[in-house]
Every structure is written in structure tokens, then in C-alpha cells.
Design a binder for this molecule. Sequence first.
Ligand code: LLP
Length: 385
Amino acid sequence: MLSRQIASKLRNFETPFYLYDTALLRQTLESVVYESKKYGYKVHYAIKANYDDHLLAIIREYGLGIDCASGNELRKAIEAGFDPRGIVYAGVGKRDKELRYAIEQKILAINCESIQELELINQFSAEIGTITDVALRINPDIDPKTNHCIDTGQADSKFGISYEEVLEHAAEIKKLQNVNFVGIHLHIGSQIRELHVFENMCNKVNVIIENLERLGFTFRFVDVGGGLGVNYDVPENEPIPNFASLFSIVHNHLAVGDKEVHFEFGRSIVAECGELITSVLFNKTTATGRRLVIVDASMTELIRPALYGSYHNIENITSEEEHNVKYTVVGTACESTDVFQENVSLKKTRRGDLLALKSAGAYGMSMASRYNLHDLPGAVYSDEL
Ligand code: LLP
């Protein structure tokens, strides 16, 4: 990882901050573009993973579309120069003003998550005097074999419209005059490492499309969402996720004829290019003998460990010590769950050392908060060093 190679330079910046390896981001984008082109697949970047302007400018160079999850994400994408015709917008609870804004922007599709939402899009479109392209986000009821906190496509999930409900209301929704059904959308979850899950997803999608087409719907594209996982355990072994394997699975199992196939990748594009760099403030040992390293970052900069029990590989990038010691690395926030990792083996760690929390480019900065009135962390880009 980059931080270790340039540790001395990193001393010049106020911690905590995100370090972005833009060369790795470019290699990742080259890989996803190269592999997707083999099959003519379209790739959107899920902007919720990281909406940093510098990174967005790089991502835009590679011709990706955008997947967004709020009106503000949509605005951000448009302001960053992405073509609205390459933007999809999903979300279970879109507010009226967000829907009106999306309708006016004439985006590729509003990924619609309930019958009521569909009726509202139809009503707003009629008021505005337009016809809006929509994709039906269907809940496919698939177990993505990932952390339960980040699965999104099981029967009881809040996401998407149940397949049964679509079938039940097919006749009435087909009558809506101001919406145009252009696609089917689904997203089964995130950080999926067992790729055979995508095979189950394809089999399900084939059945869904066949049945909907039998009912008279026609679709131009199938958007199968994101979800490709990254290697949090040993990121050095797999800095670029395996897009080729996922595409090959989809190619072999999705039977959608000449329909376009779209993906929405967040984590797999940006996770590995980001590291959270933090300084060690203090060491202490609890009455029970637990050796704590207290760093100047916290759940306010990177909430994933506290929120989902997620693992981020941590390394002391400045210690010259030979021996490793087991520590619990904790943050500064007034919350007991503000623990980055228990029992982590680090080179002997002292006040002032820099630690890198790896694979933090996705859902790190974009989930940062100002709890305890912490400042938001800064960003350092390798191409500006
Ligand atoms: N499309 C939709 C509709 C989504 O909801 C998501 C992520 C994506 C695409 C991108 O998924 P990805 O390729 O990144 O797996 N904050 C959590 C992850 C939440 C994911 C939300 N949806 C985390 O830190 O693990």
C-alpha cells in the first residue's frame, strides 16, 4: 500500500486524513473498462461510496455512468460533469422535490422502488409535461452471503418492489401514461465475495424478465447493481478486484438477449485506493490488561468498524521496531463502540507514530460525521504529492 512507501512525506499533513492512491484508482478503472468492454457491459459508479471531487474527476475520464441514491448525489454527479443520460437514481424513500428534480434532469432511469413511487413519478411527470424513463427495482429474494447489515435483496428487505407485487399490479402500472419502462434493476447487497451468488441472481433475473415480458412489458436494459467485494484482510494480495470473474459469470448465466447489461460498482472501484492515516495519541493498559492504542481518528472519520463490525487491516507505517505487540486500537469519540480493531498485531507503537487503516476509500469519507464536533478529515492525493 502506498502509505508505507511515502510515510515520511505524510508527516507534513495534519492527521487524520484520507490518502488516495490515484494511480491505483486509474488501474482499477482501466481494468473495469477493459473487462466490461469484452461483453459490451455498461458500468456506473455508485457515488455513495465516495463523492470526493478529485476522485470523481478521474472516474469521469473513464466514461463511467453514475448510480446515485439521493437528489444531492444526483446534483453532485451532474455538477461533476457526468451526463444525466448515464445516471440512474435508486432509493426507497425519494422526497417529492428529489423526484421532481430527477424528472427534470432527464436521467437514464429513476430506479423505482414501490408502486406508490411509480404513481407519483407518473403524476409529477404529467404535471411537468414529460414522460419519464423508469426502471423497476425488483427485490429478487437472494441471499448474497455477506454481512447481514449490508444485504439488500432478501424477501423482507426494505429495498425494491417485491416481485409478487409487480405481477399483481402489472395491468394497472402498464396503463400509466407518463412513465416509460426502460429497465429492470436489482442490487442484492455489498461486499460479496462468494461470486456464485451472482449466478443465483442471474437465474432469478432470467425468470423475472421472462414473466414480465409475457405480461407485455418491454425493457431495454437490465441493471444488476453492484456488490463485488474487495479483500479487506490482505489488500496487498488483491489491490484490483476481480471484475473479469464477475462479468464472465454474468455473461454465462444471464439470458437477456440483446438487452444492455448495466452494473453499479461502488466499493470495488474506490475501496482499495484509500487509506485513513491517523496519529497515535496515547498508549495505556486497562485494568484487565488490554493494551490500548488511542489514535486521533475515530468512528467519525471511519464508521464501518463501529457500525458493522467491519475489519480494516491496520499497519504502523512509521515504527522502526522489530517486534510486534497485540493492541486494541480505539478512537477519540465518546462511544464505547468506537474501536477500530481488537487484538491487532502492530509493530511496537508509540505516541506520534502514524497508522494506516487500509481499504478505506469506499464508505469512509462519505459516511463521516461531525459527532463530538470533530472536524471532517482532509484528503491527500498521490498525484498532488
Ligand atoms: N447500487 C445500489 C442500489 C446500492 O444500494 C449500492 C450500495 C450499490 C449499487 C453499490 O454497491 P457496492 O458496489 O459498493 O457494493 N456502507 C456500507 C455499504 C452500503 C452499500 C449501500 N448500497 C459499507 O460500508 O459496507
